[in-house]
Design a binder for this molecule. Structure first.
Ligand code: FES
Length: 123
């Protein structure tokens, strides 16, 4: 299955890409098989993700998946954002080729690390 139009759009024009100054939480997830790396940075206001940025070192699916994931979590309460699964991201994108969901959707793992980081700074 080739990449669909929505995946290609997020790959060619990633949303919320880049660095963030003074992030409240930073998380990094890596794929041990292909070596893809995703970094997610968040700002939190009133328990919600007020800003999110991501950086991806990886394939088209990893870039599109992280872009979509940041769109899905922006403005959400932390606990709701943490419930979004890899499959949810693939569904949002209208599907990904077989085998790509497990290896390329790293945003949920990176967000978990970012929220852990945020919580450790705010104890
Ligand atoms: S993570 Fe990109 S191909 Fe597997």
């Amino acid at each position: 299955m080739p990449y669909n139009r929505k995946v290609m759009d997020h790959f060619m024009s990633p949303r919320n890409a880049g660095d963030m100054e003074s992030a409240d939480g930073v998380g990094k997830a890596a794929n041990q098989v292909d070596g893809d790396v995703v970094i997610v940075r968040i700002k939190v206001k009133d328990g919600k993700i007020s800003e999110v940025k991501h950086q991806v070192f990886g394939c088209a699916a990893a870039i599109a998946g992280s872009s979509a994931f940041t769109e899905m979590i922006k403005g959400k309460a932390l606990e709701d954002a943490l419930k979004i699964s890899r499959q949810d991201v693939a569904d949002y994108l209208g599907g990904l080729p077989e085998g790509k969901i497990g290896c390329s959707i790293l945003g949920p793992d990176a967000l978990k690390m970012a929220v852990d980081d945020y919580n450790s700074r705010n104890r």
